[in-house]
Design a protein around this ligand. Sequence first.
Ligand code: T4K
Length: 412
Amino acid sequence: MATGKALSKAGLADLAVLGGPALFTGDLHVGRPNIGERAHLMARIEAMLDSRWLTNDGPLVAEFEAAVASRHAVRHCVATNNATAGLQIAIKALGMTGEVILPSFTFVATAHSLRWLDLTPIFCDVDPATHLMDPAEVERLITPRTGGILGVHLWGQACAPEALSDLARQHRLPLLFDAAHALGCSHRGQPIGGAGDAEVLSFHATKVANAFEGGAILTNDGTLADRLRRMRNFGFRGTDHVDILGINAKMPEVCAAMGLTSLEALDEFISVNRRNFAAYRQGLAGLPGIRLHEAPAGDEVNHHYVILEVDEQAAGVSRDELVRWLRAEGVLARRYFHPGCHRMAPYRAEDPLAAARLPVTDRLSAQVLALPTGTAMTAAAVEELCRLLGFLAANAAPIRRRLIDLTSPKAA
Ligand code: T4K
């Protein structure tokens, strides 16, 4: 390990999983919210209260939409109350029908947004190096029943926008991107957001910048943007004229106030994430079987997801053991995204054979681990966490033996 300091634990008996005290006293979360300048947020909320305009296309939402559109270099941004609702109205506005191809290795909201609309998700495998949906696999899955493609910019990396756009054009399919992770990310020097028919960002509390809850649909298509605006507001055009089916997917003003405050601090949040990522890279270097996921060349990510792949054979410890042992020490590492949507009950029942075509997804969902980052995490905590990981991996066999002793009837 690159850092010279020793782990501040006396030895095996001092590990929390074996009865010692937790290394971190306040839990370290994956997705601890980044909070921007409180005074700015409060001033916005005061102005909102003074104006008595709380929702329905208020000035803060308009300002938020303009700020997001400008940051992502797109013509239109339609803010929503969360990204899931954003995905759903975009899917509906694009007229997706029948089967829609998407990765299984994603947060379940991607799949649910389709299934909730009675569309059939067709899960596609991912590239083992990038964790992104593989366009060659997408092409193999296209049939006359296919009614759309839903790419996911996992960990903020661009999901083959060029290849998927070519495929969508060739087969005349609508193409939508779940860009929930991709705020502030770019691909080949261009901000993510302008590919396909539309892209959807998330501003959930756990994202790099948040609006408490929130989403944003990005598009360069003015006709689509107009349709999306009506759909998110019950289908209204003007005050009492409804011309399409709509729902309530509006972002309230208080969320836009938080969104704007977060956006002001986005670069600072990303630079803290970069610093943490560099500390992880240094601290984990040389650990056998434990690989820190790096974005491919050409992609600039926000480093909001720090992802490890744990190869049990080479590391001598499984991902799930690490999750349990870290949790005991106050590190709430997450198994994003386990077990893969295709293995979750609603989807497993409908397509029990999906696993046969998703070997990479199955391997990754058994090996991947997300670690804490963001402004709640100091570089010193990252270093200590890396030392802990190294210690746990190096001592996995004796830890396991002691755990067996502790639970055997003799110990009772
Ligand atoms: N597509 C993708 C690819 C996504 O990743 C997501 C959401 C979506 C679509 C849908 O976007 P939204 O509709 O949500 O806008 C969390 C988030 O709830 C979810 O938004 C996010 N992805 C997903 C990756 O993570 P959980 O179930 O892991 O959240 P939870 O409640 O366990 O919180 C994570 C950690 O953060 C916990 O340790 C607690 C901590 N936390 C959480 C909240 C909300 C805090 O410290 N403070 C907080 O306020 O899903």
